[in-house]
Unconditional design. Structure first.
Length: 597
């Protein structure tokens, strides 16, 4: 006997037997239902006070039976035709306890998602009260249109020529271009958790929505739950999982994105419970990086991060692993994950790490040349979309991509610029930071982020117009701590001040020393910023004029290695050398300054 699906817990065996007997009914070709099957469903639904659903194929055979609760029934998957231009070949008929047969929003969403021939609801109130049904009547570029009929009587419902109706409907759906567009679009439902002491969940979900749109999906809704501890199996509560299942049906979502990192087991359990692809915030960020990486090194770093992220999930990613290039979480390297076992992934990880190490050595040589030339370096750091690339373009005419998007640029760029005093310095743009940045990315981009560690000065760029700018600051310093660069000298640059009109907010931002308010877009206060950079870089060196005795002229060669030598003059008392020394070397050469002991 075929299985009864749904909420069977607590049902007596005699009732389960009655549900199983529904599989024995058949419906004549082209007819919607028989009186006997409808009455049998009504009798069981009235006895249980629950929704009952049956699937009937075009040969009139009942292929699925499911039982739900008083408000809804979870519909099982169908084996009907899945071509985007065709209906499934299955009609769904279910009961509505309480007598109201009108289709709910979840009914309509299920009709669209599963492309039933028709979706019908039988209102039960002292027997069969009324019937309503709906069907897909056409489509726009990105969604199906639905028409509903009813309430009508059972007799009127039975008299409908279903064969003629489905033939006409499939003619309307036979538009390859529009159907192809619908089949490719991803509609995401976002899920967050509100934890005490953590980020405000509404702002965090808003940022997740920006990330989702950056990745190319449409956000159709969001839900969140307040929890002090995460559920080991589902991350969220089991009741919330059921609610999400209903919401995603109603909204037509085909991907669910969690705002926190899920364990492989949690991801697998959620996909099995919800029946669609589930990814987490790290996978979403990795997907964006896979789309945005341009340089060879950037692509290698993203591939390394993705492989390290997916390695422990090879046995856990159910629906994600079953898709090749199937949208968010499946782009970039590793699209054919099912064919790649752990041994081959580890081998690839080793190869990439070796190649990145070679690139790191190559970059170290360039850095040594810059250090030998004694050109001071400054690195731009900050939260993503804070305006780092725009500032780099304004100060150096670098011409790098600058967009109002999260992670618009990933590859570091170094350009020369001139300080007000005429000296040159190097300005490096780095990848933007974000809260809950995947640790795999920090590890993979560590070579690139060494520019931050090796820089003489950091410019911390902050989007002053963002309501959560203080949390952005904390997220940036968290990454700096992971890099071991939290003690570096920093100028705090509050950018996008043109978007603020409250002087009190500006005053509060500038209370700390070494802070400045600018607008990179308009060029406001950039001349003052250059003066601050010059003053801070001067603090990293000491300018002096040394008088080297002729019998110690060998020190001149050492000075060229250790410091920036501006001029050498041969005088009667000795060799006068104008230099800029690191503070630790100044004490050694201080005795050669005229007048010093």
């Amino acid at each position: 006997m075929p299985e009864v699906h749904g909420e069977k817990d607590g049902l007596k065996k005699v009732l389960i037997d009655s549900l199983e007997q529904l599989y024995q009914y058949t419906v004549p070709f082209g007819q919607t239902i028989t009186t006997e099957l409808a009455q049998a469903m009504a009798a069981i639904a009235e006895q249980l006070n629950r929704e009952i659903a049956v699937y009937i194929n075009r040969r009139g055979i009942v292929v699925q039976v499911a039982v739900g609760d008083t408000k809804t029934v979870t519909l099982p998957a169908t084996d009907g035709r899945r071509s985007p231009g065709r209906l499934s070949g299955i009609r769904c008929i279910h009961t509505h306890p309480g007598g109201d047969s009108r289709l709910s929003s979840i009914d309509v969403a299920s009709l669209k998602k599963l492309r039933f021939d028709i979706m019908a609801a039988i209102g039960i109130k002292n027997g069969i009260h009324e019937i309503s049904f709906g069907f897909i009547s056409g489509h726009t570029a990105d969604e199906y249109d639905v028409r509903t009929v009813g309430p009508i009587s059972l007799k009127e419902f039975i008299q409908i020529d279903l064969g003629y109706l489905t033939n006409q409907l499939e003619r309307l759906l036979d538009s390859k271009e529009a159907v192809s567009t619908m089949a490719q679009s991803e509609k995401a439902l976002l899920v967050g958790v509100d934890r005490q002491g953590d980020w405000d969940v509404s702002h965090s979900l808003s940022e997740l929505a920006q990330l989702t749109e950056t990745a190319g999906a449409e956000v159709v809704g969001s839900v969140w739950q307040k929890r002090s501890r995460m559920d080991a199996a589902y991350f969220i509560g089991r009741g919330k999982v059921q609610e999400i299942s209903l919401v995603r049906q109603e909204l037509g979502a085909n991907i669910i994105i969690f705002d926190d990192e899920l364990s492989p087991a949690q991801q697998r359990n959620l996909e099995q419970a919800l029946g669609i692809k589930v990814i987490d915030r790290p996978a979403l960020i990795l997907d964006i990086f896979a789309q945005r990486a341009q340089s060879h090194e950037g692509k290698l770093q993203v591939e390394l991060a993705q492989l390290k992220y997916n390695l422990p999930r090879l046995g856990g990613q159910g629906l994600v692993l079953s898709r090749l290039g199937g949208g968010i979480g499946t782009r970039g390297p590793g699209e054919t994950k099912l064919e790649v076992d752990r041994r081959r992934i580890r081998s690839r990880i080793n190869d990439i790490e070796q190649e990145i190490e070679n690139l790191k050595k190559h970059r170290a040589l360039h850095r040594e040349r810059r250090q030998a030339a004694r050109v001071p370096t400054t690195a731009l750091i900050g939260y993503t979309n804070a305006g780092k690339s725009t500032l780099l373009n304004k100060l150096t005419a670098a011409g790098v991509l600058a967009e109002d998007k999260l992670f618009a640029t990933l590859d570091s760029t170094t350009r020369r610029s001139i300080l007000p005093g005429g000296k040159e310095f190097l300005l490096t743009d780095t990848v933007g930071f974000i809260q809950k940045l995947p640790h795999q990315l920090i590890a993979a981009f560590r070579g690139t982020l060494e520019e931050v560690v090796q820089a003489d000065l950091l410019l911390h760029i902050i989007d002053a117009s963002h309501p959560q700018y203080e949390q952005h600051i904390q997220a940036v310093y968290q990454v700096l701590r992971e890099l071991g660069a939290e003690t570096k000298p920093v100028i705090t640059v509050f950018n996008k001040m043109d978007k603020l009109d409250n002087p009190h907010i500006t005053g509060r931002m500038l209370r700390e020393p070494n802070t400045i308010a600018v607008s990179a877009e308009n060029g406001t206060n950039l001349d003052k910023l250059l003066v601050m950079i010059e003053d801070n870089l001067k603090a990293t060196t000491v300018d002096a004029t040394l008088l080297i005795p002729y019998d110690q002229s060998g020190l001149i060669a050492k000075l060229y290695d250790l410091a920036t030598v501006y001029s050498v003059a041969y005088e009667e008392a000795g060799i006068a050398v104008a230099v800029s020394l690191p503070p630790e070397q100044f004490e050694r050469y201080k005795k050669y300054i005229p007048g010093e002991e």
